[in-house]
Ligand binder design. Structure first.
Ligand code: M6R
Length: 600
């Protein structure tokens, strides 16, 4: 979703380039328009914004003074269409104030009616109301800019990360956040703000977290954090561990295929990361104790992370013997189910910033239950706000379609589940290594999958995945992958459910992809495959070596029954990738989607 970059430094530091490069690094979040506002030290400033890609913005940026400060934004439309008028930055009536925003102001219409009845706005955005309000408090109530900003923040209901410039004082940049991500980057004679350290990692790797409700005053030499009540906040900075190479596609045509290929390495990295030198699993003991004391686990997540949570349920129940429920965070946040007496909550989120999951965490914290976040992003909001964190160690995931984060989530869930059992239930290091090898074997057969996709999915408008038990959970994820990037309407069903309704949709040539690794139900799934075949379906059967039959189309190596999702999911990822290539669509940036979903 929206991305923010701000920079304040010396006159000769090419601000427009820093901002545009930063916005390019945030492209992965998803956006439909972009803009920057830059100024020199005297306040000669210019605004550039456009609908469409950053490449288009680059073409129109033409500033003939030496900019020393600026703010840049990529917008993912919420209030108002994707248009140049609605693109950020937004300016106040006199153009003294310029603001960028990530989030949703829930009461912007009430604020407009109450405080700005006579102001004519140029856009349909909630953001323009906020910048108009700041100007009103400065011009009409004689407030200092920072005080006007604070007063405005105190009136807002909703989520925001803001960066504000007052052109009468171009030596200062203001920022604030609540429920939307924002970081401060500290440089040598310059400072930056960004939604994600990835945006500015080329400039600095020293960062400072901002907590909700704090307001930031940045000059090129200083950083001041304070709360709305004026009390000053002191916080240590940290080094962001982002490898520049991870942010590059290298020789790959798309991030997605690079990230798919990285999966065996991520699994091996996690074996190392969670084992000590003696090769024993090494997890935080108080966290393990807290989980062992609980009578039920509740996994809360969205999208792909939710699908990983479904596999987590199987792992916790089979390896650790703890009853586990999995809920969509967006549902749980407002309508939680009846809870057990001693619940323990596990949040799964690649980004650690998903608004729906955050809202559910707020609810759980109100109830004072213990929480763990499994995330790829150290220092992310969900991680900071939970009692415990387990990192995915997957490296930055840039493609909107989540791949390596999903298999890393399953890996971490397996490590945790196995550790909760009194003695490790299985030799997990060994089993994970076998799974990593099995993924490599899938990756070496890309051509086979590409050929099947070309012959079976090229013209399809819809497709089905079927499977039972863990295979059904992987089918849900594989269907999400295929639909979100190729736009083929794909649904997943538990194989046994087909005859209870869905089979009515099967007609001549309908692609049905069956995942079949669960030994105890393989014969039933084979029966279901025959049923759809008899009605004209174009089947693809993905099976495992020990269940192999002549007619199966793709066979994965034998791996531990609970870890087959690590391997079959990769087959699904590749099917989605090749189907999207075939349709000549942008694999990494599917329409309407954002990588980090920071609004509810
Ligand atoms: O960052 P999160 O894991 O919390 O994101 C949740 C979903 O938005 C995400 O998994 C989404 O479904 C994937 N991008 C789909 O590939």
């Amino acid at each position: 979703m929206c991305g923010i970059v701000g920079f304040i430094g010396q006159a000769n530091c090419n601000v427009q380039e820093v901002l545009i490069k930063g916005l390019e690094k945030l492209e992965y979040r998803g956006y439909d328009s972009a803009g920057i506002f830059i100024s020199d030290q005297k306040g000669n400033a210019q605004l550039f914004k456009t609908q469409g890609p950053i490449a288009k913005l680059k073409e129109i940026v033409n500033f003939d003074s030496e900019a020393s400060v600026g703010i840049g934004h990529t917008r993912w439309a919420t209030h108002g269409a994707a248009s140049t008028e609605n693109a950020h930055p937004h300016q106040s009536n006199t153009r003294r104030f310029t603001l960028i925003h990530n989030g949703v102001i829930e009461n912007y219409q009430e604020l407009k009616v109450k405080y700005l009845p006579d102001i004519r706005l140029k856009s349909q955005t909630d953001t323009e109301v906020i910048v108009a309000l700041i100007e009103k408090f400065v011009l009409e109530d004689n407030m200092q800019t920072k005080d006007a900003f604070k007063k405005t923040l105190s009136l807002i209901h909703g989520s925001y990360a803001f960066a504000l410039m007052d052109i009468e004082n171009p030596q200062v940049l203001y920022a604030a956040k609540s429920k939307s991500p924002l970081l401060i980057g500290i440089g040598d004679d310059f400072n930056v703000i960004a939604s994600d350290a990835m945006a500015t990692i080329e400039a600095t790797n020293e960062y400072l977290e901002i907590e909700d409700g704090e307001i930031i005053t940045l000059t090129r030499e200083s950083v001041m954090l304070e709360r709305l009540d004026g009390s000053i906040v002191k916080r240590d900075s940290y080094q962001a561990e982002i490898d520049h190479n991870d942010l590059d596609k290298g020789t790959y045509p798309y991030y997605m295929i690079k990230e798919i290929d990285e999966q065996p390495a991520v699994i091996r990295r996690n074996i190392q990361a969670y084992q000590n030198e003696a090769g024993e699993w090494d997890l935080d003991l108080p966290m393990l104790e807290a989980i062992r004391k609980s009578d039920r686990l509740y996994i809360l997540a969205c999208g792909t992370s939710y699908h990983a949570g479904l596999i987590g349920k199987v792992l916790f129940e089979e390896l650790a013997g703890i009853a586990t429920e999995v809920h969509l965070a967006s549902e749980f946040a407002y309508h939680p189910p009846l809870l057990s007496e001693k619940p323990f909550f596990i949040f799964i989120s690649q980004s650690g910033e998903t608004a729906d999951s955050r809202q559910a965490l707020v609810k759980v914290k109100q109830l004072a239950y213990p929480t763990l976040t499994i995330t790829n992003v150290k220092g992310s909001t969900l991680s900071r706000e939970s009692d415990y964190t387990l990192l995915l160690n997957a490296g930055p995931e840039i493609a909107v379609a989540s791949t390596k984060a999903y298999t890393a989530q399953i890996t971490i869930l397996a490590i945790l589940a196995n550790r909760i059992a009194d003695n490790d239930k299985i030799d997990l290091g060994h089993e994970l290594s076998i799974s990593a090898h099995a993924i490599e074997s899938v990756l070496s057969q890309k051509e086979k999958l590409q050929t099947w996709v070309q012959s079976s999915l090229k013209k399809s408008r819809n497709a089905f995945y079927i499977g039972r038990y863990v295979d059904y959970y992987v089918a849900l994820e594989a269907a999400l992958k295929l639909k979100e990037i190729s736009y083929i309407q794909t649904e997943a069903f538990a194989s046994g459910e087909l005859k209870h309704g869905t089979i009515a949709l099967i007609e001549e040539g309908t692609p049905v992809i069956a995942i079949m690794t669960d030994e105890s139900t393989a014969a039933n799934t084979r029966g279901n495959i025959e049923e759809v075949k008899a009605r004209g379906a174009l089947n693809m059967v993905i099976s495992m070596k020990k269940l192999f039959k002549e007619q199966d189309d793709f066979v994965i190596e034998d791996v531990h029954a609970l870890l087959t999702p690590l391997v079959t999911a990769v087959v699904g990822q590749l099917i989605a990738y090749f189907a999207t290539l075939d349709r000549e669509l942008d694999v990494d940036k599917p329409r309407n989607l954002a990588k980090s979903v920071t609004v509810e």
